[in-house]
Ligand binder design. Structure first.
Ligand code: BTN
Length: 252
């Protein structure tokens, strides 16, 4: 079904740029941000031909099946709050999925959104001076994935055997992003988001994981988040590492 952008425009008061096909919504959002667009401007596409994932990976962007959105945020935040902003965005995606589908997601630090142990949504945050471009991809109505990612990916449809309105999900997502940005910018915002994340994520504490750090792989047990939002990993020799970037996987 074609994306009903008018439905989104009626519900979201900031500019909405829609593309049937685009290379990546991240690139267009960056162009709009440089041209001075408003906080909350959203770029949405039915299909991406060069969807970007974290760590230089591609984001599988099947036409008409997923939600592919980049939101321009001009948050009133100190630069050291940015790692927590990415946690706030993962929480927003999990909230939007729960509100739309009733499905309860786990969060794999820093911001992979998981259902039944597989990834259903991913967040990519890019900074341009004081602007954050929040890229959010949600696997909504996919029935299958390419072999390379089939073991790791899932969709709302695969898990629940139901079809979902991507437009409704997008509006709910934008509201959740706005809400969590408000929490973060408010009094004790960082601590509040860290607490919300820790409650929601089975990865935040007491989870046996491996972490890829450059070319090496470290195993240990997660021991909470530090005040900046980084993950504390307690190794078997009792020492602790601070994990600054992703690559966290459960030990099976
Ligand atoms: C990840 O690797 O987990 C992050 C995936 C982010 C994908 C979204 S889809 C919309 C936006 N445009 C992109 O090219 N990437 C992000």
């Amino acid at each position: 079904m074609p994306f009903d952008v008018e439905f989104v425009r009626q519900s979201w008061r900031q500019p909405v740029s829609y593309f049937a096909t685009i290379d990546s919504t991240m690139l267009e959002a960056a162009r709009l941000a440089e041209a001075g667009c408003a906080h909350g401007t959203v770029v949405i596409a039915d299909e991406q031909t060069a969807g970007q994932g974290r760590h230089g990976r591609r984001w599988h962007s099947e036409p008409g099946a997923g939600l592919y959105a980049s939101i321009v945020l001009r948050p009133d935040l100190r630069p050291d709050s940015l790692p927590v902003l990415t946690l706030a965005l993962g929480l927003a995606a999990a909230d939007a999925i729960a509100e739309t589908s009733g499905l309860k997601c786990d969060l794999r630090w820093p911001n992979d959104v998981m259902l039944e142990g597989r990834k259903v949504a991913g967040i990519l945050v890019q900074l341009l001076d004081s602007v954050a471009i929040a890229g959010i991809g949600i696997n909504v109505n996919h029935v299958a994935f390419p072999t390379e990612i089939a073991a790791e990916a899932t969709s709302l449809r695969i898990v629940s055997n139901r079809l979902y309105s991507r437009e409704q999900l997008l509006v709910t997502l934008m509201e959740a992003v706005e809400r969590n940005c408000g929490v973060l910018a408010g009094v004790d915002g960082r601590q509040k988001i860290l607490m919300m994340f820790s409650r929601r994520s089975s990865y935040a504490r007491n989870k046996r994981v491996t972490v890829e750090q450059g070319h090496s792989r470290v195993e240990g047990t997660t021991a909470g988040l530090d005040p900046s939002g980084f993950l504390i990993l307690r190794k078997d020799d009792g020492t602790e590492d601070l994990v600054l970037a992703g690559g966290v996987r459960p030990v099976s």
